[in-house]
Ligand binder design. Sequence first.
Ligand code: CA
Length: 240
Amino acid sequence: MAAVDLSPPPATGGFRLLLVEDEPDFSAILAALFVDEGYHVDVAGDGHRGLHLGLTHSYDVIVLDRGLPAIEGLDLMGRWRRHGVTTPVLVLSARGTAADRVAGLDAGAEDYLAKPFDVDELLARLRALRRRHLDAARMLPVGGYRLDLDTREVSAAADHAGAGTEPVRLSERECGLLATLAGRPGQIFSRADLLTGVFTEAESPIVVDTYVHYLRRKLGRGIVDTVRGRGYRLGRNPRR
Ligand code: CA
């Protein structure tokens, strides 16, 4: 049983980018640029292909031309979003008025860049998007709470009662234990699983019970459920 990896993600390389652009020459230039930046790039030349790739592959970022044949760019983005695709999207468009930008952002784009644009600015904005996306991935939802894996702070999610109250700071081991349980909600972890993943095998299994006790003291009894004879799992009602 491996613990949730708490080490920082790699800073560069390995990022997957989907480019949806119907102008072949422009698309080839952009794709080469992104490859130079270290992205793995897939290219779709129309809305249908873009829809298919976006729904069947996992990307870190999507660059979407607004004027597309088959399915218009913002319509395409709406379809991804309705299917649960949360990948950040940067929209490229010849339409650059304030109203156009608002329409793009309202449709679910994280960023909007009008053509013609400066290539360095495009690359910088993609880096910023990627960083924000990674930051979001460092926030683990825990039944109405959010656990920040960097600061080890648990705070109430914005849409829950208690939002705005002081965050609760966890120790490194408390954080590791909660992150492991929250990484697979519903799964029952035996003490041996948790000992291997969070603590060290040389320690007594009692240490697991001790840290479950600490978590409950800080966050409430409901944060961890005891499953008699089997172990622990994330509480089904963590805010109880
Ligand atoms: Ca176009």
